[in-house]
Ligand binder design. Sequence first.
Ligand SMILES: [Zn+2]
Length: 118
Amino acid sequence: MSAPIPQQARSKTLRACLLCSIVLTPADFRKNGCPNCEEIMQLKGSPDRIATCTTTSFDGVISVISPENSWVARWQRTSNYVRGIYAVQVKGRIPEDVEAELENRGIKYRPRDQTDQD
Ligand SMILES: [Zn+2]
């Protein structure tokens, strides 16, 4: 016999990308990187990058993403923005080097913690 695992506990094993807020297992990030921002985040095969660029501190998940509502989609082709599970709120910031890389591309970083909504 085994008791069902509460959703809250199970979510602790998942991580959210600090940039696009997609939610995956650490193994997914390690194997494939972030499906949306791997070009900038470079998580693939790098537990260190995964530790700094993704977080377990996120609230709420939505299963459908509206690309037109995503600021990330503005700098990506919409077709590249994968369908998946996304966190509603992500705590934490991307590392400075990633923020600098975004700036190099003329993109202003917006934290996903909803303190900077427009
Ligand atoms: Zn991402």
